[in-house]
Design a protein around this ligand. Structure first.
Ligand SMILES: Nc1ncnc2c1ncn2[C@@H]1O[C@H](COP(=O)(O)OP(=O)(O)OP(=O)(O)O)[C@@H](O)[C@H]1O
Ligand SMILES: [Mg+2]
Length: 270
């Protein structure tokens, strides 16, 4: 597989910061000089619109790549001068699961083509939809690892167990090498006791990496997508922009160590 690293950003819980993390981690990695390909695998297409890309039809989208093309469609480069490319999504992607009911091996559609993506850049970041359905499974079957954003709130642990069950099943059936890159705490509010409790509980129990960098709740992060910009370009001095830059440094530091053989997360809470 060369030394590309494919990471699926996943959590079946909605609104936990998957897309915000995918966009802003990818941008910061690119800003630090590494080639990144961001793949929008969600029919909501938030990672695409958040970078100012709205497709009129499914052409050039992740969907056409998944079902039709044997070559990669022309990719978007949303920010000139940054080595970040986007394979955008389109709402039509939602109907794909239902239009392919007869297809054997539906879970392997993406994995059969992932080599084309790996060739394009060192890091491939896949933004998954909020479910553990067909699209997320395709992403996990194709990825080297899953990155799990966790919102610091009461039900976070329950959601994590469900995702880890899925990771175990994917390993058994399709992708024995699927690792857990780590957990990223999002929308952290340091004045809120619950935020601290959730973080310390997960740090205590998780037998896999939890990022030291925590993403604070920051209004600039929620405003940036409506301007079609990553936060680094919308407001580089905001706490959100600084946090995602720190996260990218931590991610890249680990990636270098990973190449030197750091072990994978076990995928169990106990
Ligand atoms: N750290 C943050 N501070 C403030 N707002 C945030 C932060 N992270 C995400 N948000 C906002 O919270 C909402 C949900 O975030 P996001 O879209 O990244 O989550 P998601 O997990 O991708 O959602 P979905 O499950 O629908 O795909 C968005 O409006 C986003 O702008
Ligand atoms: Mg999303």
């Amino acid at each position: 597989m060369g030394n590309s690293y494919v990471v699926a950003v996943a959590n079946q819980k909605g609104g936990v910061g998957k897309t915000t993390t995918a966009i802003n981690l990818a941008t910061s990695i690119a800003y630090l000089g590494h080639k990144v390909l961001l793949v929008d695998c969600d029919p909501q297409a938030n990672a695409s619109s958040g970078l100012g890309v709205r497709l009129p039809s499914g052409d050039r989208s992740f969907m056409s790549f998944l079902i039709e093309q044997s070559t990669l469609p022309p990719l978007f480069q949303p920010l000139k001068n940054l080595p970040m490319w986007l394979l955008p999504s389109h709402p039509d992607l939602a109907s794909l699961e239902w239009s392919l009911p007869e297809l054997n091996d539906r879970e392997n559609l993406l994995s059969k083509r992932i080599r084309l993506l790996r060739k394009r850049s060192k890091f491939v970041i896949i933004d998954c939809p909020p479910s553990l359905g067909f699209l997320t499974v395709n992403a996990l079957v194709s990825a080297d690892a899953v990155l799990i954003p966790i919102q610091c709130e009461y039900y976070a642990l329950e959601g994590l167990s469900l995702l880890l069950d899925t990771v175990r099943k994917i390993r058994l059936r399709w992708n024995p090498d699927l690792g857990i890159d780590g957990v990223v705490f999002t929308m952290f509010d340091r004045r809120n006791n619950l935020s601290h409790q959730v973080v310390s509980e997960i740090r205590q129990h998780a037998p896999f990496y939890t990022y030291q960098t925590m993403i604070p709740r920051n209004v600039r992060l929620s405003e940036a997508p409506s301007h079609g910009l990553p936060v680094l370009f919308y407001d580089p001095r905001s706490s959100g922009a600084k946090a995602y830059m720190e996260l990218a440094k931590e991610f890249l530091g680990r990636s270098l160590r990973r190449n030197n053989g750091e072990k994978k997360g076990s995928g169990s809470l106990h």
